[in-house]
Design a protein around this ligand. Structure first.
Ligand SMILES: C[S@@+](CC[C@H](N)C(=O)[O-])C[C@H]1O[C@@H](n2cnc3c(N)ncnc32)[C@H](O)[C@@H]1O
Length: 425
């Protein structure tokens, strides 16, 4: 590994500042592919330095695109992550996988040649794609070119190189679709805008590949040869229902660093919807039902009682105003509590967990997620080490919502995050 430590490479902020305003959050493979509510890598890096300097194994139970896993890798750790969104898993793998540079560059050269060839043959749409849907979300020229790019990727034999190309391809799919730019949800551009819109599939793909190649080169420069890259294990299990012991043994993990969703996908961040077009092209069978699988996606018929009095109090006020909403929120906290019980079991005695959470306000009632996480972990034999407060300058998130469903009425939500640090006794 390079002698230049990450500490020296990155701009440092004042000691108690966890906001990292203006910091570059896209260094190394963090530069790849956008994703909603990504964690800022500086948070994971600093948590590792300050709370788990000798940790050797790291677990992220909501790993998303693998921000925490990349940081664990950079710290020389073996990392474990799980996410129910298949696109997130693909991206997390791409960001943490060693690729042989010569093999990668040979495929990049071939792709450049391929992009300059004239293609006369008409390729059929892959059979798993719904033709009407594809025509709705993509212009005819974009469909033809996406199909061609995909046919190139299908012939890449080296798996890490294929992952690298699929990552750029997924971003190209989103950017060359008819969706409104800058939105995480699927909204189609208005007709008059679509008439003028001429997406450039090959140009976009080349730009993404070039940016990612540079980012990977930087990462490789820091990490050094393959032997320095500890394995990253990426799974698709749901920590709400249990953690398979063959994936992660009890008491095996030194440190957990994670940012769970802020609430259910329907009312907070729709990870599945964000990923939908790419997931369909990439033939992920769960493409259409991801959001209902995530934390809080199930329906409750009656209000559960939680061990946190504060949470029970907040929920009963919301229930008096809107029973359905209170049930939805309860489903989320019920899942979070079950998941925490399972996560707690894989942490070794003395191990540390760090949860980055935000307190939402629903129906003008504050939901104390930070305190709930503390209560849930305490019940599993953890002690509270610290709650660190930070503002959210970089996350692309809804920062205001309507408390009453009246148009124009807004209520501030999720502009601050709390980092909860707990240690297993
Ligand atoms: C805030 S994002 C994590 C982002 C990640 N830290 C990153 O930087 O990319 C939350 C993630 O939790 C995943 N998720 C939600 N419910 C889940 C569950 N029950 N099990 C596993 N993953 C889940 C979502 O798919 C989403 O990727």
């Amino acid at each position: 590994m390079s002698t230049l430590s990450l500490f020296e490479m990155r701009p440092r902020k004042a000691v108690d500042d966890w906001t990292f305003r203006g910091a570059n959050t896209r260094y190394f493979t963090h530069a790849y592919h956008d994703y909603p509510a990504r964690m800022i890598p500086q948070i994971a890096d600093r948590l590792l330095r300050e709370y788990a300097p000798s940790a050797r194994s790291l677990f992220d139970p909501y790993c998303g695109t693998g921000t925490t896993l990349v940081e664990g890798l950079l710290h020389g750790m073996e990392t474990y992550g799980t996410d129910l969104n298949p696109l997130a898993r693909l991206l997390a793998s791409a960001k943490t996988t060693y690729i042989d540079e010569r093999t990668l560059d040979s495929s990049l050269r071939k792709f450049m040649e391929f992009s300059m060839e004239t293609h006369s043959e008409d390729l059929e749409l892959p059979p798993w794609l719904d033709e009407d849907r594809v025509r709705f979300w993509f212009k005819p020229r974009a469909v033809v070119d996406l199909r061609r790019v995909y046919s190139f990727i299908e012939h890449i034999e080296d798996k890490p190189t294929e992952l690298f190309f699929l990552t750029a391809f997924s971003e190209t799919i989103r950017e060359c679709s008819n969706t409104r730019p800058g939105e995480f949800k699927l909204f189609r551009r208005p007709k008059e805008e679509l008439d003028r819109y001429t997406p450039d599939v090959f140009g976009t793909m080349m730009t993404k590949l070039g940016r990612n190649r540079e980012a990977y080169g930087d990462m490789l420069g820091f990490m050094g040869p393959k032997s320095n890259w500890k394995p990253s294990h990426i799974f698709d299990f749901d920590t709400v229902s249990g953690i398979p012991t063959d994936a992660l043994g009890r008491g095996l993990v030194d440190v957990v660093i994670t940012s769970p969703p802020y609430g259910d996908s329907r009312t907070t961040v729709a990870y599945g919807q964000f990923s939908r077009l790419s997931s369909e092209w990439l033939a992920f069978p769960e493409a259409r039902r991801v959001d209902s699988m995530l934390l809080g996606g199930h329906r409750l018929r009656s209000m559960p009682v939680f061990s946190s009095e504060k949470l029970n109090g907040a929920l009963s006020i919301i229930a008096a105003r809107d029973k359905q909403r209170a049930l939805e929120i309860s489903a989320f906290y019920q899942d979070l509590e079950k998941s925490i019980k399972n996560v707690a079991a894989v942490v070794r005695s003395g191990g540390v967990v760090c949860y980055v959470v935000a307190n939402r306000r629903v129906r003008s009632v504050d939901l104390p997620t930070d305190e709930n996480v503390v209560v849930f972990f305490r019940e599993c034999g953890f002690r509270h080490v610290a709650t660190l407060r930070r503002e959210i300058p970089n996350k692309r998130m809804p920062s205001r919502n309507s408390p009453t469903n009246e148009s124009g009425a807004t209520d501030t939500t999720m502009v601050r995050e709390n980092i909860i640090v707990m240690q297993k006794e």
